[in-house]
Design a protein around this ligand. Structure first.
Ligand SMILES: [Zn+2]
Length: 181
């Protein structure tokens, strides 16, 4: 089930593209996590966003749960996207299947996909934020501030979002999904 509505009605095409990309990317990640076999390039993005190039069974297990619950949430419900500045209340939003974020009018499909995945992992995967230690930088090469611990990364919303976008690039999905840079 796709996006039911976007309020207010701006960035609608980007948000719909972001949703479509999120579904395809997360499906691809879940399928690969099940194999527990990763290429050198894939291990490098584990290192960047989950702070380990040797993902433990514990990390893989948590990632499977977060991505699967997020996938089930976004495909099994009619999602409302609210672009506003109301302080997020994750429980309230999840109950109403409402994903809330602020996108600038200049936002790209790629940014919409990143924001959408970030917020969707909060709602359906019970992830957290860790201040600037946990927010990735604009080009997704690392975090805005230092000090995030691997144990925190395991449940850090932006680690999931940035990993997903990097994964789509590695898997050659981004162009087809129209979220290439
Ligand atoms: Zn967040």
């Amino acid at each position: 089930m796709p996006i039911e509505s976007v309020q207010p009605k701006r960035n609608v095409e980007e948000i719909k593209a972001g949703y479509t990309a999120a579904v395809a990317i997360i499906r691809s990640i879940i399928s690969k996590l099940g194999t527990e076999q990763f290429s050198t390039e894939e291990l490098a993005i584990f290192q960047t966003f989950f702070l380990t190039s040797n993902p433990s069974k514990d990390l893989i297990g948590r990632m499977k749960v977060v991505f699967q619950d997020t996938y089930d949430g976004i495909t099994g419900n009619n999602i409302i996207v609210l672009q506003g500045k109301v302080a997020p209340n994750t429980k309230r939003l999840a109950k109403n299947n409402t994903i809330e974020f602020s996108l600038q009018t200049s936002a790209t499909n790629r940014m919409a996909a990143h924001y959408f995945i970030h917020e969707a992992t909060h709602l359906y995967g019970d992830t957290a934020d860790h201040s600037y230690r946990g927010y990735v930088n604009a080009d997704r090469t690392g975090f805005q501030d230092t000090g995030l611990k691997a144990e925190e990364a395991k449940n850090n919303a932006d680690s999931y979002a940035a990993f997903a976008i990097a994964w789509s690039d590695l898997a050659g999905l981004s162009s087809g999904l129209n979220i290439a840079k």
